[in-house]
Design a protein around this ligand. Structure first.
Ligand code: PLP
Length: 391
């Protein structure tokens, strides 16, 4: 029998938590429409409102400020297009945002200002201040929108969001953070972060794919992206995805209750990094000296292209990502390490190993075994290849 696969690609999607699965099955069996007055409808409504409280608790927000959506991408779209509808002409984003912000900002019709990041992938507060001062001097006619992620999906590196939000507000702007990767991995407090809008995605915390939420600060003005009926207090029309919302709520509750499990996960990640560096002391783990997610490791294996390594490990039953993985499944060099100052060759060698609730010590051992063997094989092939060329 083939040995079980090892899944270390949790920033791409985290396996469904058993509690979320059970809650979803219950919801699927309920079958009511939350807008109906009949008993089935009232039951569906109760389930949705419970999920709203569970998701709100994950980020310490008021349940009334949770707008359920079809995914994190939709939540980002809603903030950006809402700002433009309300007159925003300038959107400031970091160079390492997910395409679910970058491409939306570019398509929004507003002028997009891409803020440079430092060698660790962080937006320095002074960079944002300078950009906002320039816009102030140019007398930008309406509040600008600043959208900077909480944690990067490839590197796990955190942005100084509270400080960036404070600077934005001092200039009269609105601040959105894409917290899709941070939620469930960090203790989050939306009022303490001081952001106006925050996006979440269920499948990054062990909930189902195709379910997300936008959370607004009290009194923040938000326009609907999807028009129609009055669902979600007229901020997102369409019959609610009952099982998706309920699964999101259950996953949010468990992720919140088990935040202390992140220290176990950090232990696994740190062990993996120690073992990698024991195999090859020339490997530098990126972001090790700055704040980053406890579940993510991002590094390059010198001389080995990430896509080749990812395929070799996949054939050996180990799932990870190249930093360059993108939604189309096409290989290519990611813009994230390039924005951090790495050349194309280094950027094309970056891999991401990301842990989730289901991983164990054995997974680290299996990864190191598979990684060590794959690198040895590839190095052997490379030197055989160059010897043949010399002949
Ligand atoms: N933002 C970040 C940082 C992400 O990592 C992702 C998913 O990869 C998204 C947004 C998109 O979320 P969803 O898959 O729910 O649309």
């Amino acid at each position: 029998m083939a040995s079980a696969r090892i899944y270390l690609d949790n920033n791409a999607t985290m396996p469904l938590r058993p509690q979320a699965r059970r809650a979803m099955i219950d919801a699927l069996d309920t079958g009511g429409n939350a807008s109906s007055v009949c008993e089935e409808g009232r039951l569906a409504r109760q389930m949705i409102e419970k999920a709203r409280r569970q998701v709100a608790r994950l980020v310490n927000a008021a349940p009334a400020e949770v707008i359920f959506s079809s995914c994190g991408t939709e939540a980002n779209n809603q903030v950006i297009f809402s700002a433009v509808t309300n007159g925003t002409k300038h959107i400031l984003v970091s160079a390492v945002e997910h395409p679910a912000v970058l491409n939306v900002a570019r398509a929004s019709g507003a002028e997009v200002h891409v803020l440079a990041v430092d060698g660790d992938g962080r937006v320095q507060p002074a960079t944002l201040s300078t950009a906002l001062e320039e816009l102030d001097a140019a007398k930008a006619p309406s509040p600008v929108l600043v959208s900077i992620m909480l944690a990067n999906n490839e590197t796990g590196i955190l942005q100084p969001v509270a400080e960036l939000a404070r600077i934005t507000h001092a200039h009269g702007g609105l601040f959105h953070t894409d917290a899709v990767q941070g939620a469930g991995k960090l203790a989050l407090d939306m009022p303490a972060l001081g952001v106006d809008f925050l996006s979440l995605s269920a499948h990054k915390i062990g909930g189902p794919q195709g379910s997300g939420a936008l959370i607004t600060a009290p009194l923040a003005k938000i326009e609907p992206l999807i028009l129609g009926g009055g669902q979600e207090r007229s901020r997102r029309a369409g019959t609610e995805n009952l099982s998706g919302i309920v699964g999101f709520g259950a996953a949010a509750q468990v992720a919140h209750e088990e935040l202390q499990d992140m220290s176990r996960i950090k232990g696994l990640r740190d062990l993996l990094e120690d073992k990698i560096q024991a195999l090859d002391s020339s490997i530098t783990i990126r972001g090790k000296n700055v704040e980053r997610l406890d579940n993510t490791s991002f590094f390059a294996t010198p001389g080995i292209r990430a896509e080749t390594l990812v395929i070799a490990l996949d054939l050996d039953g180990i799932a990870i990502s190249a930093g360059s993985a993108c939604s189309s499944g096409k290989a290519g060099t990611s813009y994230v390490p390039v924005a951090m100052g790495y050349d194309e060759t280094a950027a094309a060698s970056m891999i991401r190993v990301s842990f989730g609730w289901q991983n164990s010590h054995d997974d680290v051992e299996r990864f190191i075994e598979g990684y060590g063997a794959a690198v040895k094989r590839m190095r052997g092939q490379n030197s055989a290849g160059s010897a043949a060329q010399e002949d």
